[in-house]
Design a protein around this ligand. Structure first.
Ligand SMILES: *Cc1c(COP(=O)(O)O)cnc(C)c1O
Length: 389
């Protein structure tokens, strides 16, 4: 049996430290904005390389708060990848702005910057690159485009805390970077949690005020904010895990390297090749394309995502599930195809064909740090047996 993720395998060895941290917060009685928040925030500054960090109630709220702090609202358009988790696009809609959906790059799964360029209008105010599955989007191109058209950049780094783009921490390159501590993220908490980072002092101050109902000082509200605070208890738990974060990341990278070494030895499996993206005329003897880390990217492998070709994805998923090997389709429906966005203008939903294709091909397999060698070999053997049939 190989689960897709085993949070207990990571958390249970630290039980005594979690209990001690709980006792400390319990005895202090400081449950809102206690000292653990400041500790977490300074650790996040060190980890991401950004100047300011704010603990936030969730990754979703971090994106919403970033949009609010930048004054994005009705009449504005925001460019978002269509191949992402819902929160990226949902937050744009919640501000009253229109999400404009971008097609995906078939090799990295990240947004297609040329498509972004073609969808800019006089209403476009911002772009949200999502660093999907643990690898940064092509930020040089995103930042150049943003500069050319005076767009704000919000990095959705929910899946890429500690990843790097040409040596720069994921989330530290745009106006804001947003992180999530949802249990399935690389730094998984004990419930919902998130963070926002920022390099600009004024923007960071504004976000800090909006995090607490827009009040400064207390009970004086110049802006309408909300309760976007992270719990002290959640921060205390995350602070227990942070010293181990580098080891968690190395273990994920070692697992990915193992798959990338052994899976291509099976006939029909190749690694993605940026010079040959294989979106059409796919050779019939090719069955699976493995993920690829672009040069200059430090990939942290939140997911290890296969492209299963020729309509065989669901059959592979069924076989893995029958052998009790966890796997998941991230994501089966792109944002431009979601029911809740059918009333957005048709122009905001056009040209997402590669993403539609990916949504029909992708399958993520177990990559969590605590996987044993036996488990990895089990996954590889199951995939090999599928292709021999
Ligand atoms: C998880 C995730 C979010 C939302 O984070 P939550 O903490 O669950 O609210 C946003 N964007 C992406 C890409 C995510 O994977």
């Amino acid at each position: 049996m190989v689960p897709l993720l085993d949070v207990n395998a990571q958390n249970h060895p630290l039980e005594a430290e979690f209990n001690a941290a709980f006792q400390r917060v319990f005895k202090s009685g400081q449950f809102i904005m206690g000292p653990d928040i400041a500790v977490l925030e300074s650790e996040l500054v060190a980890l991401t390389g950004a100047k300011h960090a704010l603990g936030i109630s969730s990754g979703t709220d971090a994106i919403l708060l970033a949009l609010m702090a930048l004054g994005i609202g009705p009449g504005d358009e925001v460019l978002v990848p269509t191949f992402t988790f819902f929160a990226t696009a949902g937050c744009v809609s919640r501000t009253g702005a229109t999400p404009v959906f971008l097609d995906a790059d078939p090799v990295t799964f990240n947004l297609n910057v040329e498509d972004a360029r073609s969808k800019i209008t006089p209403h476009t105010k911002a772009i949200i690159p999502v660093h999907l599955f643990g690898q940064c989007a092509d930020m040089d191109a995103v930042l150049a485009l943003a500069k050319e058209h005076s767009l704000r950049v919000i990095e959705d780094s929910a899946q890429s805390l500690g990843a790097a783009y040409q040596g720069h921490g994921s989330g530290s390159l745009g106006d804001f970077g947003c992180y999530s501590f949802f249990p399935s993220k690389n730094l998984g908490g004990f419930g919902d949690g998130g963070a926002l980072v920022c390099n600009d002092d004024t923007l960071a101050d504004h976000a800090r005020i909006l995090r607490n109902h827009g009040s400064n000082p207390k009970y004086y509200h110049h802006f309408v904010g909300a309760n976007f605070r992270l719990d002290s208890l959640q921060a205390a738990m995350l602070n227990v895990k942070l010293p181990h974060y580098a080891a968690y990341t190395s273990a994920r990278q070692a697992n990915a390297a193992y798959y990338l070494e052994h899976l291509p030895q099976i006939p029909g499996i190749v690694q993605a090749d940026p010079t040959n993206p294989l979106t059409s005329d796919i050779p019939s003897d090719l069955s699976i394309i493995l993920p690829y880390a672009a040069p200059g990217n430090t990939h942290i492998w939140n997911q290890f995502t296969l492209r299963v070709l020729h309509g065989k994805r669901d059959a592979l998923r069924d076989l893995l599930q029958s052998q009790k090997i966890g796997c998941e389709i991230y994501y089966p429906v792109t944002m431009d195809q979601q029911k809740c966005f059918t009333d957005t203008p048709a122009a905001s939903r056009r040209g997402c064909e590669v993403a539609h294709q990916l949504a029909s091909e992708v399958l993520s397999i177990p990559i969590y740090p605590e996987l044993t060698s036996t488990q990895k070999d089990e996954v590889i053997a199951a995939i090999a047996s599928f292709l021999q049939k």
